[in-house]
Each structure stands twice: as C-alpha cells, then as structure tokens.
Design a binder for this molecule. Structure first.
Ligand code: SF4
Length: 265
C-alpha cells in the first residue's frame, strides 16, 4: 500500500492452549488446532529478516510452551539477530534447557489459587509459581522478565496485593486492562479518528500459514495467502491490502468495531 516495511512478525507456532481464561475467546475457537513445522517457521523468519523486520513474537493465539520446538525457534531467531519476545501463562513446564527470549512475559493476574480459579480455571497456582521463580532465579542476562497482570472484574481491588506478591520475582510488573473483545464490550463509541498502524507494523501468520490483518483477528476471518509460498507475497494479498487500505482510510471493518485499542483512553 505504501511500501512501508512492517517491524514485527507474529508467528503462531501453535494455536493450542489448555486453558479457558475468562477474557479469552479461545474456547470459541473455530480454527482447527494446528502447529507449524519448525522448518516452515524458520523459512518464514528468514524471509522476514531479509525483508527488514526486526522483532519476532513466536505466538499469537496459543500457548508457546506447548510448542515442542520453541527453543530451536528462539535460537534461530537470535541467530538472525531478531529481538524475541513472547507471553506465556506458564500452564505447562518450560522447554528444557530453557532458552531465554529478550523479553519473557508471564500472564499472571492472580496471587492465590482461589483467584486463579476465577480467572484462569484449570491453572495450578503452585506450579506456575515454581516455574516463574525457577526461571527468574537463574541468570538471564539480556532477558527482561515481566509479569503482566490483566485487570478484570475478578481481580479488581486486588491489583496492589498481586503486585506486592509478584514484584520480587520479576524485573517489571505491568497492569493492562482486559481487552473487551470477548466479554464486556463497552458501549462507549469507538474512536472514529483512531490512527491504527497495526496492520502496517505487524505481520501476523496463523498456525495454518495464512496471514491476517492484525492481532485482533483471533478467528482468522480476515486471513489470506500462504506464508510458506512467500511471506511478502501473502502479506500483499489483494484482500489484505484492501482491508489495510480501509483501516488507513478509517473505514472501519466489523473487526475494528470491537477493537479495544479504539476505546482505550
Ligand atoms: S481491529 Fe482494526 S482498529 Fe483494531 S488493531 Fe485491528 S485493524 Fe486496527
């Protein structure tokens, strides 16, 4: 559309996840569960690097620790001099021996099993605590360990306690509001003048190798192309260019009408 090179490659190595968190639409997922072959993921990364992208996030709508070749992927991304970051719920053991990304973000919005049961049913608080403290306790030069707490109605009023609890076990603690896409879509009118750059800054590759518009398209309704046949070719698919142009013109798509970015203050 404008020749701008995106910066970030979001590579959904797997869309599998063993949880059913209150603010996530994963349970309603319509895409079959699928994981990328490592060789394909690496080929896509290599093309992305040649194209000029600078960061890889090896996940989208699944739990990266469930992907058995994650270490290999992180090492390969580093060999290409990519910045690497991803989120994990720590719902399962990390790959061993662990290869740290540049930024490791734990999605943890609770500090007790009782609260965990309300927000992320099925997660074992004690196991998550051990995994986080084990990784934080090992030397991790060059890796920032972050606890990212999603503020939602279940933990409202307890955020300070959650931060006090987890603060000693991370380099940074951040709080973000729940995205309203799946649960409480607020009745506030989305900002019609919002300048959305995401579709031009990110390339999102789903686990079935289609490329989609932005990281809000969890169901792949706006996806097209096949990144195995060329990342730039898939990104430039006419359908995606049309969506990008519409967003650029602020001719909002249905997807955009439920986008948290347009109503966040
Ligand atoms: S849903 Fe629309 S407004 Fe939101 S990030 Fe995607 S393209 Fe931008």
């Amino acid at each position: 559309m404008c020749g701008q090179v995106p910066k970030i490659l979001k590579l959904e190595l797997t869309n599998a996840c063993g949880l059913n968190c209150v603010f996530c639409g994963h349970a309603e997922q319509v895409r079959p569960v699928q994981s990328m072959a490592a060789v394909n993921a690496m080929g896509i990364m290599a093309e992305a690097r040649d194209w000029g992208l600078v960061e890889v996030q090896p996940q989208f709508y699944g739990e990266p620790w469930l992907y058995r070749n994650l270490n290999e992927i992180v090492m390969y991304a580093h060999s290409l001099d990519f910045n690497v970051q991803y989120y994990t719920s720590a719902q399962c053991p990390p790959p061993e021996p662990f290869v740290y990304p540049d930024r490791l973000v734990f999605s943890v919005d609770y500090h007790t099993q009782e609260l965990a049961d309300k927000i992320r049913p099925g997660i074992e608080f004690g196991a998550v605590f051990r995994r986080i403290t084990d990784l934080n306790g090992l030397p991790h030069p060059g890796c920032e360990i972050v606890i990212r707490c999603t503020e939602c109605e279940e933990n409202r009023g307890e955020i300070a306690d959650i931060e006090d609890f987890w603060g000693p076990y991370c380099d940074n603690f951040v709080v973000v509001p729940e995205t309203p896409v799946y649960r409480h879509f607020k009745t506030e009118t989305p900002n019609a003048d919002y300048d959305c750059r995401l579709p031009r800054e990110q390339v999102v590759v789903l686990s079935d190798y289609r490329v989609t518009l932005c990281c809000n398209d969890w169901h792949g309704k706006y996806a097209a192309g096949d990144a195995r046949e060329g990342l730039q070719k898939a990104y430039s698919h006419a359908r995606l260019e049309g969506y990008r142009y519409a967003v650029y013109q602020k001719q909002w798509l249905n997807l955009c009408n439920k986008c948290g970015l347009r109503i966040r203050k």
